[in-house]
Design a binder for this molecule. Structure first.
Ligand code: PAF
Length: 273
């Protein structure tokens, strides 16, 4: 595995790859969820590039940019074992310059739900992902469905900007007890971790309700809020794949989204129906 930090070095390393290239962009602190993305990429492509870059432009002032978990050595080993060809770990100063040309997330999709709680977050995401796509020129790029809004925005970016690559959505990976894997789970104390399980339990309940024929968003949301009553729930929303709110669940075109604070940690999770 080649470890690459510089932009020109990455360009040269990418140039030397023959055959199909899969790309997994990450912010590091790799867990089983990332490993699933990487394995999917190594299985479907001749080569896999992983990036580890804690992207400052997607953090709002006061968010956890400085304390975001960084585990370079462990991440490196994971990538090596997983069969990654190139691990790209740039410095902020090589990725960003001054007074840049910037991309903007869509007015609607980029500024509702996660975007309204974290205004500008998705602008930073599209900016960095576009840069990374331009540098790695992948045939396929792998993103987790846990960050549903990010995934849908990036799918739109690929479509709107005619990018020559395929985005591959990958199922959320969960602990045995249902907790969705996230690099931010390390912030949870054991008590908070136990409390956080109410989020996945509420989604499981929603799934059961839908399977039993309950399609009313209001009824489903009420039950979900009841399960999460001990948490500081920011939102429960039931939307279609374009993130338009739904009064009734539409099979094959619904995402149920939750954002909640557990202690000082903000967690998101969702269910694609
Ligand atoms: O999902 C993430 O880890 C980040 O938002 C991404 C896609 C790597 C961009 O910084």
């Amino acid at each position: 595995m080649q470890i690459v930090r510089g932009i020109e070095e990455l360009r040269r390393a990418r140039e030397a790859l023959e055959g199909s290239v899969g790309f997994v962009p990450t912010m590091g602190a790799l867990h089983q969820g990332h490993l699933t993305l990487i394995k999917r990429s190594t299985g479907e492509n001749d080569h896999t590039i992983v990036s580890i870059f804690v992207n400052p432009t997607q953090f709002l002032p006061g968010e956890d940019l400085d304390s975001y978990p960084r585990r370079e050595e462990a991440d490196r080993r994971i990538c090596e074992i997983a069969g990654v060809d190139i691990l790209f770990m740039p410095e902020v100063s090589s990725v960003y310059g001054k007074d840049e040309v910037t991309l903007k997330a869509p007015e609607y999709l980029g500024y509702i739900l996660e975007g309204s709680r974290r205004p500008g977050h998705f602008d930073g995401v599209v900016q960095v992902v576009m840069k990374l796509f331009n540098l790695t020129r992948p045939d396929r790029a792998y993103f987790g469905k846990k960050d549903a809004q990010q995934l849908v925005i990036l799918q739109k970016m690929v479509k709107d900007l005619f990018l020559p690559l395929k985005l591959v959505p990958v199922e959320t990976v969960r602990e045995d007890d249902g907790l969705a894997l996230s690099s931010r789970n390390v912030y949870l104390s054991p008590t908070e971790r136990a409390e956080a399980l109410a989020i996945s339990r509420s989604l499981k309940r929603a799934s059961r309700l839908v399977m039993a024929g309950e399609l009313s968003s209001e009824a489903i949301k009420q039950e979900m809020y009841a399960i999460m009553k001990a948490l500081d729930v920011e939102y429960v929303e039931i939307v279609d794949r374009s993130f338009r709110p739904l009064e009734k669940v539409k099979i094959q075109d619904t995402i149920i989204l939750v954002a909640a604070r557990v202690g000082r940690t903000r967690l998101i999770d969702n269910l694609w129906i």
